[in-house]
Design a protein. Structure first.
Length: 75
């Protein structure tokens, strides 16, 4: 059995489909792809908070549900 032709991630409630070769390979890469500063974000995958230190090693898979919250400073 080979890799699927596409991968679907649900990001902040919206389905996002990627060709299998273009899907962000890690949680860190996904946050970067979304244009969110990794130092100012919280990430939850499939209902579990993922520690920032674990993002580079956390692989994403077809069907994962991801919630990304980016913090914005202000005054």
């Amino acid at each position: 059995m080979g890799e699927p032709d596409s991968v679907t991630l649900t990001i902040n409630g919206a389905a996002s489909r990627y060709d299998s070769g273009s899907c962000p390979e890690s949680a860190l890469r996904l946050v970067e792809t979304l244009g969110i500063d990794p130092g100012k974000a919280v990430l939850e995958i499939n209902g579990s908070i993922v520690r920032r230190a674990d993002w580079p090693a956390t692989r994403l898979a077809d069907g994962d549900r991801v919630e990304v919250v980016g913090f914005v400073g202000g005054g």
